[in-house]
Ligand binder design. Sequence first.
Ligand code: AP5
Ligand code: MG
Length: 186
Amino acid sequence: MGNTVLLGPPGAGKGTQAERLCAARKLVHLSTGDLLRAAVAAGTDLGVEAKGYMDRGELVPDGLVLRLLDARLAEPGESEGFLLDGFPRNVAQAKALENVLGQGAIEHVVYLQLDDAEILGRLLQRGRPDDKEDVIKNRLSVYRADTEPLVAYYRERELLRPVDGLGTVDEVAGRVLGALAPEDVA
Ligand code: AP5
Ligand code: MG
């Protein structure tokens, strides 16, 4: 199974499902949110610059995110592809990804859907620094404005695999596998 994108609103379960899918398939999990949080924790220049955007629930500028992504994609490793979680986040990032990986290098886009009330409940319970009600609401509106256009973008390219994110982690994981191409579901 080749490069796969996990698309969906904040708190839809992308990270949770990414771990499941990487365990089930030979994919390398690449979460730009995790990479950014690691840069913040390490106090790198990039992390210091990114922190304010993350605390407000805004997107970190594309240039910074692409620097992190390039470094990660260049690391050697044996896998059948990457599972991109939280990237791309806008159309410019989707185009940048095609430049890095090559046209046609994305095999599937799993689109995890969840309603705002459930998202709010899950994230408030988690309590990460950006899981405060006003910040979550901003993350949701940034998602609607900047990220949701990718749904149409990938649908037009016939890569979109919609999945209902409501239910237990196991139920959703089963749906994710079922939504992938039949030849990938052993
Ligand atoms: P990022 O880390 O990507 O956060 P997000 O997209 O807002 O989403 P989350 O990671 O919060 O949720 P998730 O969908 O992974 O769900 P999870 O599995 O954790 O981004 C954070 C910030 O970094 C952004 O705001 C931005 O500033 C910056 N950033 C990142 N990438 C960027 C990019 N490409 N460009 C620019 N800026 C970028 O689940 C959520 C909770 O629900 C967990 O507690 C989990 O245990 C629970 N849960 C999961 N599944 C279930 C279930 N089935 N039932 C009940 N609970 C569940
Ligand atoms: Mg995540």
